[in-house]
Design a protein around this ligand. Structure first.
Ligand code: C5P
Length: 210
């Protein structure tokens, strides 16, 4: 059988991460959350006292990244890490430094599931199954806010919405691999779906592509 690659892209808190990891378990495929790579690079720049806007420092951090660490580092899931990630993700040198690792992951014999912003467009343009998962900014802000306040974070919903909108603009507006739906990706709008129905819809899209 040919390798089966599932590309899952979309904005923050759209449900793409949960959908992608559940698809990976369902099909028994290895899973890579590529946002964690950018988050780790962003935090490494900050930890080193560097400037997120400095392309040289950011690319050096990306080249030095220990990919094995990213799966276990809880600091990567904070809002601060997400913000730092989206700042460093705009540097072409950072994206180039993380390209081989992501493409090697996608080339595993059975295939793989990857989630991010540019999987269907840049990392795995030949993937047989591509989803672009989205939801309104208000819905995404509410989901992320519930998640973070449940963990004791004191951020307000309004601040969360502003963060989400700023991040969307930055990710969609950058020159290098902007967040955009691939021509052959299927759009999945999860605004009015709970995670179960979103996963079912995603599975049907993938089945149709198999
Ligand atoms: O998906 P997540 O929220 O973890 O991603 C954090 C940031 O990393 C995104 O806002 C985006 O700027 C960047 N990113 C990217 N390309 C990817 C995955 C994430 O530019 N494939």
């Amino acid at each position: 059988t040919r390798p089966f690659v599932i590309a899952v892209d979309g904005p923050a808190a759209s449900g793409k991460g949960t959908i992608a990891s559940r698809l990976a378990s369902h099909y028994g495929l290895p899973f890579l959350d590529t946002g964690l790579l950018y988050r780790a690079v962003g935090l490494d720049v900050l930890t080193g006292g560097g400037d997120l806007g400095d392309p040289v420092a950011a690319e050096a951090a990306a080249r030095a990244l220990d990919a094995a660490r990213v799966a276990e580092d809880a600091a990567l899931t904070t809002g601060e890490a997400g913000e730092a990630a989206s700042r460093v993700a705009g540097h072409p040198g950072v994206r180039a430094a993380l390209l081989d690792l992501q493409q090697a992951f996608a080339r595993q014999p059975a295939g793989a599931v990857l989630d991010g912003r540019d999987i269907g467009t840049v990392i795995a343009p030949g993937a047989p199954a591509k989803l672009f998962v989205t939801a309104t900014p208000e819905t995404r802000a509410r989901r992320r806010w519930l998640q973070l306040s449940g963990r004791g974070d004191t951020i307000t919903y309004e601040a969360m919405l502003a963060d989400i909108q700023r991040r969307d603009e930055r990710d969609a507006g950058r020159g290098s691999a902007p967040m955009v739906q691939a021509d052959d990706a299927v759009l999945l709008d999860t605004t009015d779906m709970d995670i179960e129905s979103a996963f079912d819809a995603a599975r049907r899209i993938v089945e149709a592509a198999r």
